[in-house]
Write a protein that binds this ligand. Structure first.
Ligand code: ADQ
Length: 473
C-alpha cells in the first residue's frame, strides 16, 4: 500500500489574512486558531503592503498565542498585482462565474507567481519533516507547486473557500494549462461542495497527464492526490449563545412589523441588487392593509479599491433609494441599508429578531450567514431562511425556502411564502436545518479536513497497475 501514515508534526497554516490582535470568536479564524492551539505550529499571512520587502518571514512576537505567527512582506506593487489584480480581478470573478468582470492586465500574473514563489521559499526555510501544511484559498494556488519544486515532501492540503468554475469558464484564464499541475502538487485539494469536486474533476480530465483511479484518487506523474468536498461550518453553539444573550439597538419598526435581514460583504457575487429588486416586486403585490415589512441589509464595503466593487456599491445605493422612493411613508422605510461592520454579537441578535433571512448570492462557495441565521433562531419560534440555489450551503440546507435569485417573480413568491408561513412549517424546516448546522460545525470541518490530509495516500513510485490493484475500489 502507499504510505498513509498520519503525520504528527506541527501544523503550518497559510492564509492571506492573519489575525493581528485578539482572535475573534467563531468563524474560520477561530477554527484555525483552535487547530493550531491543539497541534502547535505556525500561522503565516500577509503583512500590510509597504515599500521595504524582506524575502523571509517576520515573527509577530507578542507571546499571546500557543503557536507562532509570521508575516511575509508585500510591496505596494505586489499588493496591486498579486492581491487587487490577479487574485481579486481575475481569479475571484472567474471563479464566481463573472468572466465579464475579468480584468487581465499584463504583469499581474507575474506578481502573483512571484509572491507565491516567495511565500513557498519562506515556508521551505522553516518546515520540518513531519509538519503538515494547510494552505487557504485562491491567493495561493501555486504555493504547493513551488514547494514541490524546492523538494518539500510534506503533506500539503489546500482548501478553496470559493466555488470552482466550469471547464468552459476556466478557459478564460490565460494560465489554464498550468492549473492541473498546481492542483496536483497538493496531497489534498479541498473544496466546499460536491458540485465543486465535479468541476475540478472536469478540468483535470482534460489534462493528459492526469488519471483517475476507481476511488476518485488522482495520479499525475506518479503523484497521488485527492479532490474532496468539505462543507465549512460555523461555531454553532457559540453563535446560538451569542444570539440568546445579545443586546441589539432599538430598530424603531412599526409594531409587529416583520423584519427581513441580509448580511453580506458588499460583493457583486452576493446578489444584493437582485435581492432588493425582488423585495420591491413583493412590495408591489403586497396587500396594502398588511403589516409593513422592513428589509435590513447590512453590507460593509469590501475591496473598495477594485473598480467592480465601486460599481456594485453605487448600484445597491440606487436600487435601495429607488424602492424607498416608491414605497416609503413618514413612518416606514422599507429598505434600510447599513454600510458598515457590525459586532458579531449584535449580528447574532439581529438574526434572532428577524423573521426572514435573505441569503441569495448569485455564486458563493458556502455562505456562512445562512448557517449563522439558523443557529441564532429560537427553535420554538424560528424565522425562515430563503436560500439561493447558487450558495454552496444549499447542498446541506435543502430544508430552506430555495430560490433562483435571477427569477424575480418566483423570488417575490418566496418572500410572500416566508412572511406567511405557519409556525408548524417554520419549526419543521428549522429543525432539519438546525441539525445540520450543529452536527457539521466548524470543529467537525477542521477535523474532517485534517484527518483526510493526514491519511491521504502519498506519492507513488511503483508501477500504476500494482497501485490500482492495491487501492480500495
Ligand atoms: P465571504 O465571502 O466573506 O467568505 P460568508 O461565508 O458569507 O462570505 O462569510 C461572511 C462572514 O462575515 C459571516 O460570518 C458574516 O457574519 C460576517 N459579516 C458579513 N457582513 C458583516 C458585517 N456588516 N458586520 C460584521 N460581520 C459581517 C468566503 C466565501 C464563502 C465561504 C467563506 C468561508 O466567499 O462562500 O462561506 O469564505 O469558507
Amino acid at each position: 500500500m502507499p504510505d498513509t501514515d498520519a503525520a504528527d508534526g506541527r501544523l503550518i497554516v497559510l492564509s492571506n489574512r492573519l489575525p493581528k490582535g485578539g482572535i475573534p470568536a467563531g468563524g474560520l479564524v477561530f477554527a484555525l486558531h483552535e487547530a493550531l492551539s491543539d497541534a502547535g505550529g505556525i500561522w503565516i499571512g500577509a503583512a500590510d503592503p509597504g515599500t521595504d520587502v524582506k524575502s523571509g518571514l517576520t515573527r509577530i512576537d507578542d507571546g499571546t498565542q500557543p503557536y507562532e505567527r509570521h508575516t511575509f512582506d508585500l510591496t505596494e506593487r505586489e499588493h496591486e498585482g498579486f492581491y487587487l489584480g490577479y487574485s481579486n480581478a481575475v481569479l475571484w470573478p472567474l471563479f464566481h462565474h463573472r468572466s465579464d468582470l475579468l480584468h487581465i492586465r499584463e504583469g499581474d500574473f507575474a506578481s502573483y507567481a512571484a509572491v507565491n514563489a516567495r511565500v513557498a521559499r519562506a515556508i521551505a526555510g522553516i518546515v520540518e519533516p513531519d509538519d503538515v501544511i494547510w494552505i487557504h484559498d485562491y491567493h495561493f494556488l501555486m504555493v504547493a507547486h513551488e514547494l514541490r519544486a524546492l523538494g518539500v515532501q510534506n503533506r500539503i492540503g489546500l482548501f478553496l473557500h470559493i466555488p470552482f468554475p466550469s471547464q468552459n469558464e476556466i478557459m478564460a484564464l490565460p494560465q489554464v494549462a498550468l492549473l492541473p499541475g498546481w492542483i496536483a502538487a497538493h496531497d489534498l485539494f479541498g473544496v466546499q461542495t460536491t458540485r465543486d469536486v465535479a468541476a475540478v474533476n472536469e478540468v483535470l480530465k482534460v489534462d493528459k497527464r492526469c488519471q483517475v483511479l476507481a476511488d476518485g484518487t488522482w495520479i499525475r506523474d506518479s503523484r497521488l492526490f485527492q479532490v474532496r468536498s468539505f462543507p465549512i461550518g460555523i461555531d454553532a453553539d457559540g453563535f446560538a449563545e451569542a444570539a440568546r444573550t445579545a443586546t441589539i439597538p432599538r430598530l424603531t419598526l412599526q409594531k409587529h412589523a416583520p423584519l427581513l435581514i441580509g448580511v453580506d460583504r458588499l460583493d457583486y457575487s452576493k446578489g444584493l441588487v437582485h435581492r432588493i429588486e425582488a423585495f420591491g416586486a413583493y412590495l408591489e403585490r403586497r396587500d396594502p392593509g398588511s403589516l409593513a415589512p422592513t428589509f435590513l441589509q447590512i453590507a460593509p464595503t469590501s475591496r473598495g479599491d477594485v473598480a467592480a466593487y465601486q460599481e456594485i456599491r453605487e448600484e445597491l445605493e440606487r436600487a435601495a433609494g429607488h424602492i424607498n422612493g416608491i414605497y416609503a411613508e413618514l413612518d416606514w422605510t422599507p429598505v434600510r441599508y447599513v454600510n458598515r461592520h457590525i459586532d458579531r454579537d449584535v449580528i447574532a441578535g439581529l438574526y434572532r429578531r428577524a423573521d426572514v433571512a435573505l441569503v441569495t448570492p448569485l455564486a458563493d462557495g458556502m455562505n456562512l450567514v445562512a448557517k449563522e441565521f439558523v443557529a441564532a433562531q429560537d427553535p420554538e419560534d424560528p424565522g425562515v431562511l430563503i436560500l439561493s440555489h447558487f450558495a454552496g450551503a444549499v447542498e446541506q440546507l435543502s430544508a430552506a425556502l430555495l430560490v433562483n435569485p435571477f427569477d424575480q417573480s418566483s423570488f417575490a413568491d418566496a418572500i410572500e411564502r416566508a412572511l406567511t408561513m405557519d409556525l408548524e412549517e417554520r419549526k419543521e424546516r428549522h429543525a432539519a436545518l438546525r441539525k445540520n448546522v450543529f452536527d457539521e460545525d466548524i470543529a467537525w470541518w477542521t477535523q474532517c479536513f485534517l484527518d483526510r490530509l493526514n491519511g491521504a495516500p502519498r506519492s507513488f513510485e511503483g508501477d500504476l497497475k500494482s497501485l490500482r490493484d492495491e487501492l480500495p475500489a
